[in-house]
Design a protein around this ligand. Structure first.
Ligand SMILES: C[S@@+](CC[C@H](N)C(=O)[O-])C[C@H]1O[C@@H](n2cnc3c(N)ncnc32)[C@H](O)[C@@H]1O
Length: 298
């Protein structure tokens, strides 16, 4: 699955919505407090259908990456060592990190900085194959190349390390392939499947020989996969795939060098979503959930 220009283009067009969303969650007290109450920040790491605490307990000073972290700080940042609550070496990684860190500063939030990183190039940022656990929640299906994201995440792990995936099923179909949503993730007969209108992949068969996949559908309906690295990832599946290494500066330059019309469209979209999110995030949580349910029923 090579990176396609059209995928990258669509991915870039998804940025304004994402930024407007977080900007307004952080702007308003109620959604921000709601987010912090929901997240496990300040507490033990907790993942749906996977006992991360037990897994990490057996590791010395384990290193964890939360990739495509957004600004939710959903994952806890402590683990249990010798029965004591111990700070976890967790890194929040997202390609929109420069923008997110600006939002943290703007609203004076005392939360950890987010590291720049793109899952399709993750092994270029974490080069030592020494990560114990990579967590990707609601983000693999936002990337322009999820399969490469999986290979790269596995490459950063130690042998025996785990990649944890948690996603809403078939999100691109639900979102009509808008914004970042270009791929669906689902569980089919116990198999982790990634697909869109033109491509379909059975992940376990692609990873055979260097990783084992356990896939389940949780009670919440989420698709959960725990992938264990059993051997080194073949080098032809990782690294630069010919489209160039996307560094933070390159992403910024790409944004700047978009044609005038495209830049104007992006700015327009940002402000459109910013106004919509300004109103939505200002509404009471219960009322928003009612509207969401009504839209889903329609
Ligand atoms: C819906 S948010 C999920 C946030 C968080 N993981 C959660 O579950 O609350 C999706 C995040 O994925 C990030 N993302 C999109 N493409 C990515 C990529 N190629 N590599 C890493 N993260 C990506 C977006 O910037 C966004 O912050």
């Amino acid at each position: 699955m090579a990176l396609k220009d059209s995928n990258i283009q669509k991915w870039i067009e998804g940025i304004p919505y994402e930024l407007a969303f977080w900007n307004n969650v952080y702007r308003w007290k109620r959604p921000f407090d709601g987010l912090m109450k929901w997240s496990h920040y300040g507490d033990y790491v907790e993942l749906e259908s996977f006992d991360a605490l037990q897994f990490l307990e057996n590791h010395d000073n384990p290193m964890v990456l939360d990739v495509g972290a957004g600004m939710s700080y959903a994952t806890g940042n402590y683990f249990r060592k010798n029965n004591e609550k111990t700070p976890l070496d967790i890194h929040y990684v997202d390609p929109l990190a420069p923008f997110f860190n600006r939002i943290l500063k703007k609203y004076r939030k005392n939360l950890p900085q987010i590291d720049y990183g793109m899952m399709e190039y993750l092994s270029a940022f974490y080069t030592k194959h020494d990560v114990d656990l990579v967590i990707i929640q609601n983000a693999l299906d936002h990337s322009s190349n999820p399969l490469k994201g999986i290979y790269e995440a596995l490459d950063t792990l130690k042998i025996g390390g785990k990649l944890y995936l948690n996603h809403h099923p078939n999100e691109a179909e639900t979102e009509h392939y808008k914004g970042f949503h270009q791929f669906n993730i689902c569980e089919e007969d116990g198999k982790l499947t990634i697909w869109n209108k033109t491509e379909r992949y059975d992940v376990a068969s692609l990873l055979a020989g260097f990783a084992e996949v356990e896939t389940a559908k949780a009670e919440s309906g989420h698709v959960i996969a725990v992938i264990t690295k059993t051997d080194g990832v073949p080098s032809n599946l990782t690294g630069d795939d010919g489209n160039g290494f996307l560094t933070e500066d390159m992403l910024k330059q790409t944004m700047k060098s978009l044609p005038f019309g495209k830049r104007l469209k992006m700015k327009f979209l940002y402000w459109k979503y910013n106004i919509i999110q300004f109103i939505i995030q200002g509404l009471p949580w219960d009322f928003r959930m009612k509207i969401k349910r009504l839209i889903k029923q329609a």
